[in-house]
Design a protein around this ligand. Structure first.
Ligand SMILES: Cc1cc2nc3c(=O)[nH]c(=O)nc-3n(C[C@H](O)[C@H](O)[C@H](O)COP(=O)(O)OP(=O)(O)OC[C@H]3O[C@@H](n4cnc5c(N)ncnc54)[C@H](O)[C@@H]3O)c2cc1C
Length: 552
């Protein structure tokens, strides 16, 4: 197969030649570098690459071009190659346009001209983007196929699992010819979906998550019985703890019940994480953190839910749902929080069939040209609104109060106000949902008047706050009345150590009521509920685990 392409477009011939020269010097052996002198010419080149079945890795577009500016070009190019990484070349004076482009065309980076020396300003950016592009291959070229129904909760669960674990797959509808052919070949009928066909032709009918994980190359079994550190939960706090634990020589295993990334993995763009001035998608951050943890030698187990914790002498025993267990000298609880359910008649039955908790990125392309409803007024709802506005005809954000000012960051409120197809509906809540097999209608209630109206609706995405799922720690680790794990100073009531605390020192800052068991990130009482603080907690918990081990 021909090398993938890096395309650069600039109307200034000298600049265009210089960019192409620098790109060829570093990437010419692995990538085809194509240059164009305007948006039209570049789009023509992209159409040719598409027709030939070629791959496009990165687009670099100059911002100031006559006829079609760089942002307009990148927007058009997204229709042909949505997975290519996008870079805008700008002069210093145009940086605000570049920042706007981050949202319009999901820009990965903007580079200020001149970019010399390329070793400092160009290659590190391109290296990162190419690495990312290689790690998220085009799902249409994937060998894993999923056959299912559009409105089927089990089909959604399989797609959501693969998407969140960054496993590319091809989605085929059971009532379309190719899907039908695969079902027939597997001896199945359309009622037996979802069917998963892997690269080597293995077929899985309605697979469980562990079955699916094992087939797509995710580890599910620990390699040892005893570890220095077990991290429970694979969100930013858990991944942070795994990176610091493994890099500092602790034998570390991270156990994740579903997909690494946690809540952050569902974020379409995290704008406020240090070191990413252009924002970073949750998937991108997760992918990097995951690889970093593996590089340092941490083990990562997927689809394994920890259901119990016991202290056995100096060992800390963690039990899985299937009765097996692992033991460690120290534990970091990084189990985060999960979305609260929206209590309204009809919604439970339709969950996964038009009603979704979180942004369910796998569904976005299916919403093309349709109206979608989002419930919630916090940043997670705002990010989802921006993300879905690229696909949906209208995005209707329902909030119970007057406006978003008290619940959403001002940068997101500003962004939303500039996107024409997002409408915010104040004083509105969902009173119920109805549909035959999938969501068809919503009842909306005016929170001031109490009046209701019924609207046609096929898509509802719910973001209404979250709660920790820590029932399994009941009676073992002290928690507050909401279920958040108490640590350090929060455990000292009137200066008294928690009941049963066996040591002659106070609990360390992130230590729970069981010595050697730490809590990090959103699950910890008094935590800040941000990616950066979760990662910081993960790092600090490892440092405290070292202190604990030294005194054992
Ligand atoms: C859509 C969205 C957008 C957001 N945007 C931003 C943003 O822009 N900036 C920002 O700073 N913050 C943002 N946040 C908040 C941020 O993502 C969280 O604060 C952060 O993810 C918390 O990290 P955590 O590791 O503590 O927990 P989580 O991210 O909740 O991860 C916990 C993990 O533990 C796993 N788990 C739970 N129980 C078990 C168990 N018993 N066994 C094994 N595994 C278990 C879960 O499956 C999950 O993967 C956003 C959140 C959402 C939902």
């Amino acid at each position: 197969m021909a090398n993938p392409t890096i395309l650069t477009v600039d109307d200034d011939p000298a600049v265009s030649r210089a960019v192409a020269r620098d790109l060829r010097r570093r990437y010419g052996d692995r990538y085809r570098v194509v240059r164009a002198s305007g948006g039209d010419e570049a789009l023509e080149a992209l159409r040719e690459i598409k027709l030939r079945g070629g791959q496009l890795a990165v687009l670099l577009a100059d911002y100031r071009m006559p006829k079609m500016n760089g942002i307009e070009f990148l927007e058009a190019a997204m229709d042909l190659f949505p997975l290519a990484r996008r870079v805008l070349l700008t002069a210093y004076a145009d940086t605000s346009a570049a920042i706007d482009a981050i949202n319009v065309v999901d820009l990965d980076h903007y580079l200020l001209k001149p970019w010399s020396p390329p070793e400092e300003n160009l290659y590190p950016v391109l290296d990162g983007l190419l690495e990312l592009w290689l790690a998220t291959p085009d799902p249409t070229a994937s060998d894993i196929r999923v056959v299912g129904h559009r409105w089927s909760a089990p089909s959604f669960a399989v797609r959501d699992f693969l998407t969140r674990n960054l496993v590319p797959y091809r989605w085929l509808l059971a009532d379309e010819p190719e899907g039908g052919r695969l079902l027939a070949a597997a001896g199945l009928t359309a009622t037996q979906v979802p069917l998963v066909v892997t690269a080597d032709g293995t077929t899985l009918v309605r697979p469980t998550e562990p079955e699916l994980a094992a087939q797509v190359g995710l580890s599910t079994a620990p390699t040892a019985e005893l570890y220095d550190l077990v991290v429970v939960g694979g969100g930013p706090a858990g991944l942070g703890a795994a990176v610091y634990g493994a890099s500092e020589g602790l034998r570390t295993v991270l156990v994740e019940r579903q997909a690494t990334g946690g809540q952050a993995g569902q974020s379409s763009r995290i704008e406020n994480y240090l070191g990413f001035p252009d924002g970073v998608s949750g998937a991108q951050l997760t992918d990097r953190a995951r690889r970093q943890a593996l590089k340092f030698g941490a083990e990562i187990l997927s689809t394994r839910e920890v259901v119990a914790l016991e202290a056995a002498g100096s060992g800390r025993v963690l039990r899985f749902g299937d009765g097996t267990s692992i033991t460690a000298h120290t534990v970091v609880l990084a189990t985060g929080v999960s979305y609260r359910r929206l209590e309204a008649p009809g919604l439970d039955e339709l969950t996964g069939c038009g009603v979704f908790y979180g942004s369910a990125r796998s569904e976005a392309p299916s919403c093309s040209g349709e109206d979608i409803y989002i419930v919630g007024g916090a940043n997670s709802a705002g990010q989802a609104a921006v993300y879905f506005s690229r696909y949906a005809r209208h995005v209707k954000v329902l909030i119970r109060g007057e406006d978003l000012r008290h619940s959403m960051s001002s940068y997101l409120i500003n962004q939303i106000s500039t996107i024409d197809n997002i409408q915010v509906h104040p004083w509105t809540e969902v009173a119920g949902g109805k549909g035959d097999g999938h969501l068809e209608r919503l009842t909306l209630r005016d929170t001031r008047q109490g009046t209701t109206q019924t609207v046609d609706a096929s898509w509802l995405f719910i973001f209404i706050g979250a709660q920790p799922r820590t029932d399994w720690l009941d009676g073992v680790v002290a928690r507050d009345s909401h279920g958040f794990v108490l640590t350090g100073p929060d455990l000292l009531a009137d200066g008294q150590r928690p009941p049963g605390w066996p040591l002659a020192r106070d609990p360390y800052h992130l230590e729970s009521s069981v010595p050697g068991v730490f809590a990090a990130g959103d699950v910890r009482a008094s935590s800040v509920k941000r990616v950066a603080s979760a990662v910081g907690d993960g790092a600090m918990a490892v440092s405290l685990a070292h202190q604990y081990l030294e005194t054992q």
